[in-house]
Ligand binder design. Structure first.
Ligand code: SF4
Length: 470
């Protein structure tokens, strides 16, 4: 992807991409609002409870990790720990080699995007098959997700129909039903060949070692039905203490992500196939990976690890809706990505992403919709401070030069003259604005009519009245 700073990304975005992102995110916002209002007398109370559960888990993560590991092992799951992306990839490769598999069916997983697993295994000669429809389309297009729940939010059905035609999946037809049927026909053959199935995981209960995977297409279930071996790649922050907590999270995840009471397929997986079960993997591996999460946990932005990847903050964010997910130059877009991506990048990768926390108007909408009540605006401010201290060059991106303002504000006579003459701005065409940043700003926005200079007169009158009263 061509590098483009986030504050100018939307300028080069095609109109149909902008429209697709705007429509996709707007529908997410209204569906979420309606269903939460209809189902809960006080949705904020359950958001706060979910936030407390996740925060408690993070504060005792060592204990819960140990407990979850013991339970999973007792359930017959082989548990692995990976310090970083490379270690996770090597461990996955070793399992696949032992199984002598060639085709790996994969359901949607942001964790695997984070460590670029597909590229790694494809280079080693494996047939990686994305089975989520959106991810399948991205794979055909050699593209990347731009939203954590709706990976192809930036595409419309005409583009998808062209992609299918180009890859021999039928003549051009942009009917969603036809597109879905063609993908289904193609993928069902692949499920039969898939010796190994890879998934992410939405939650693990430390109490029972039970893992939860949610999908709306049933693709992970298909993959697991045919496979001999299941590998789940999961970040260490995905734990909750008890099975009961899963109920709180699932009640919020579907509603916040897609406006559904529950995702269509909600699978609780306790381990590999037992003798009484007719199908399912005989071997199951869970890879718990860190990839800088413990550094995030030690930082003053640890609350971001509560995230349950619902995407609601993206849908509601005015910056995301204008710029699209690819503007964030990282796997996690939107307000979530503006905080998490620079942190996960570690010391070496951080400077490259240090400008991301500036991609926010700090309107607070992201926190209002977040099902685990993450104080995203506060975290963005903390990261802006960090960028300013450690990488002043990056922190400056998108920040107007305040020298002129400081001159005006510290010289009363100049200030008074400026206030009087600023009325002239009202009659000026935008491309003749005297200050370059103002010209650039007005290229995409309407400058409100100048009404300044009246406060001093009001203050003088006010003081006169008060003196008179005394
Ligand atoms: S930060 Fe909150 S709103 Fe955004 S994806 Fe995560 S859980 Fe959802």
């Amino acid at each position: 992807m061509k590098h483009q700073e986030i504050d100018t990304f939307s300028e080069v975005l095609a109109a149909d991409v902008k429209e697709a992102v705007r429509a996709g995110s707007a529908s997410g916002v209204s569906k979420r609002r309606e269903i939460l209002a209809a189902d809960f007398p006080d949705a904020n109370a359950i958001r706060e409870l979910a936030g407390q559960i996740k925060q408690h888990t993070l504060e005792h993560l060592d204990t819960y990790l140990e407990q979850a590991e013991q339970k999973m092992r007792a359930n017959g799951i082989q548990v692995h720990f990976a310090w970083d992306g490379n270690s996770a990839k090597e461990q996955i490769l070793e399992i696949i080699q032992q199984r002598k598999a060639r085709t790996i069916c994969k359901s949607k997983s942001m964790a695997s995007e984070e460590i670029e697993l597909n590229d790694f295994l494809t280079e080693k000669g494996y047939d990686m098959v994305e089975t989520d429809l959106g991810e399948f389309i991205l794979q055909l297009d050699e593209d990347h997700p731009s939203h954590v729940v709706k990976p192809i939010i930036h595409k419309n059905r005409r583009q998808i129909a062209k992609t299918f035609e180009k890859h021999g999946l039928g003549e051009y037809n942009d009917e969603p039903e036809v597109i879905t049927q063609r993908a289904r026909k193609h993928l069902r053959q692949k499920y039969l060949q898939g010796e190994v199935t890879m998934t992410g995981g939405n939650f693990i209960s430390a109490e029972s070692g039970r893992m939860v995977i949610v999908t709306n297409e049933g693709n992970s279930r298909f993959g697991l039905a045919g496979a001999k071996c299941h590998i789940a790649l999961i970040g260490i922050e995905k734990l909750v203490p008890t099975d009961r907590d899963l109920g709180v999270m699932l009640n919020l995840l579907g509603r916040s992500a897609t406006g559904q009471q529950l995702t269509v397929y909600t699978e609780f997986i306790s381990g590999p196939r037992s003798e009484s079960q007719p199908e399912g993997p005989e071997e199951m591996h869970v890879i718990l990976f860190n990839n800088n999460r413990t550094e995030v946990l030690a930082s003053d932005c640890r609350e971001i690890l509560r995230c349950i990847r619902c995407g609601a903050c993206m849908n509601v964010c005015p910056v995301y809706r204008q710029s699209s997910g690819h503007a964030y130059r990282s796997v996690y877009p939107g307000p979530l990505g503006a905080v998490l991506s620079p942190l996960l990048a570690g010391k070496a990768g951080y400077p490259e992403l240090a400008d991301l926390p500036k991609a926010s108007s700090l309107c607070g909408a992201c926190q209002e919709v977040c099902p685990v009540n993450i104080p995203i605006p506060d975290l963005l401010l903390r990261l802006r401070n960090k960028a300013k201290t450690e990488h002043a060059d990056k922190a400056a991106i998108g920040t107007p030069d305040m020298t002129l303002w400081s001159e005006l504000a510290t010289h009363p006579k100049v200030w008074r003259t400026a206030m009087k003459s600023a009325n002239l701005l009202n009659g000026l065409p935008y491309d003749m604005m005297p200050i370059a940043p103002l010209r650039a700003w007005t290229r995409q926005r309407t400058l409100p009519k100048w009404q300044g200079g009246k406060f001093r007169n009001w203050m003088k009158e006010h003081q006169k009245e008060r003196n008179h009263e005394r």
